[in-house]
Design a protein around this ligand. Structure first.
Ligand code: MN
Length: 260
């Protein structure tokens, strides 16, 4: 029986990234799209709780069918799994994001959060991002690579609670050097606080600054992309620092010792 892949993204249903992804994934499985009606980049793992969500049947820019919602990418996956989509997916794929998601970006990223929502619900999941900020970027190579990774996940599965964060360098397919299994690298954020006055003379703040850079260390997602490789980083929902647990137990944390 043909497998079902649930597709979402954080750039919104009009993004060419989700169009290319749906086209390539529908070669290997039935693709069901549930995508946000607007750009949610850097929405993180949102759960909308204090306002209603709307969802309707619409179309991607290429005319293919999609459910469109007012929710964040993680809401889209939740809505799909809770029943607005009749099929139960075998895999969730989120992307393809315009812009890489490396290192600590994974905690801000709405794209990665779409995959996390799949993992939280026990469904194998992949997030896919393209390493460029060019507005007219070509997603074809990244979409083919995403389909290749997806086919592997459908065949081999993933451990419960694990999902894959895939980043593709922005190069023609024949110039991509290969695929590396990586760990998260160290992002360097270059945020600057911009303070201005609004028309009523009240201050407002905007977090501005340059795009983040990173430490291009070997074995990391940042290093792989920098050197022209696709990075695949397996991530786990369990963020427990098991190594530090034993040391932490040696701290004087009894209520008797700790309370001032
Ligand atoms: Mn985005």
């Amino acid at each position: 029986m043909r497998k079902v892949i649930l597709i979402t993204n954080d750039d919104g249903y009009r993004s060419p990234g989700i169009v290319a992804l749906r086209r390539e994934l529908s070669r290997i499985a039935d693709a069901v799209v549930v995508a946000p009606d607007h750009n949610w980049s850097a929405a993180g793992h949102t759960k909308t709780m204090h306002k209603p969500l709307r969802a309707w049947e619409g179309k991607l820019p290429d005319g293919s069918p999609a459910y469109i919602t007012t929710g964040a990418p993680s809401d889209c996956v939740a809505l799909a799994l809770l029943g607005i989509v009749p099929q139960k997916p075998d895999l969730v794929v989120s992307g393809i994001n315009l812009g890489e998601n490396l290192g600590a970006d994974v905690t801000y990223s709405g794209t990665v959060a779409g995959a996390m929502e799949g993992a939280v619900n026990g469904i194998p999941a992949i997030s896919v991002s393209l390493g460029t900020s060019e507005p007219d970027a070509d997603f074809d190579a990244a979409a083919r690579i995403a389909a290749g990774v997806a086919a592997n996940v459908l065949e081999f599965g993933l451990p419960e609670g694990t999902f894959l964060n895939v980043n593709v360098p922005y190069l023609p397919l024949e110039e991509i050097k290969g695929v590396q299994v990586t760990r998260l690298g160290r992002r360097i954020y270059r945020d600057k606080l911009v303070r201005r006055d609004d028309p009523r003379g009240q201050p407002y703040y905007w977090i501005g600054g340059d795009r983040p850079s990173g430490v291009p260390e070997d074995g990391t997602d940042i290093g792989a992309l920098e050197n022209g490789y696709v990075s695949i980083t397996p991530l786990r929902m369990d963020m427990t620092d098991y190594g530090f647990m034993e040391k932490l137990k040696d701290w004087p944390l009894s209520l008797k010792e700790m309370l001032p």
